[in-house]
Design a binder for this molecule. Sequence first.
Ligand SMILES: *[C@@H]1O[C@H](CO)[C@@H](O)[C@H](O)[C@H]1NC(C)=O
Ligand SMILES: *[C@@H]1O[C@H](CO)[C@@H](O)[C@H](O)[C@H]1NC(C)=O
Ligand SMILES: *[C@@H]1O[C@H](CO)[C@@H](O)[C@H](O)[C@H]1NC(C)=O
Length: 95
Amino acid sequence: MFMFGDSLFDAGNNDFLNISIDYKADFPPYGETFFNFSTGRSCDGRILPDFAATYANLPLLLPYLYPGFNNFSNGVNFASAGAGVLPQTDPETVL
Ligand SMILES: *[C@@H]1O[C@H](CO)[C@@H](O)[C@H](O)[C@H]1NC(C)=O
Ligand SMILES: *[C@@H]1O[C@H](CO)[C@@H](O)[C@H](O)[C@H]1NC(C)=O
Ligand SMILES: *[C@@H]1O[C@H](CO)[C@@H](O)[C@H](O)[C@H]1NC(C)=O
């Protein structure tokens, strides 16, 4: 399973962008109801890709930029909060 999208689907890619942007979710209360810590998801729990992966009997998809992650056999999450398809969308969030 391969995910693309914006903050609705971002499982933490923006946490690993080495730029100062407003679209990070690396602080409480993000994540507090399921993971018990902030995971970069713009949600206090799981996001749609987490439920889709669980339904497909796959592990939760890791962010593409997760350090050391290079085995995409089960899929990968490319979503980045703030991303869009138009040229005027914030270019800093394009992976
Ligand atoms: C961010 O910087 C770290 C440390 O220099 C580097 O390992 C990583 O690849 C960089 N991430 C991106 C998305 O450029
Ligand atoms: C989060 O904390 C609750 C309450 O302590 C616990 O039941 C739950 O298993 C924890 N979730 C994770 C993903 O560790
Ligand atoms: C990649 O992950 C798959 C699924 O977990 C596993 O079967 C495979 O051995 C892994 N490949 C490598 C090179 O680690």
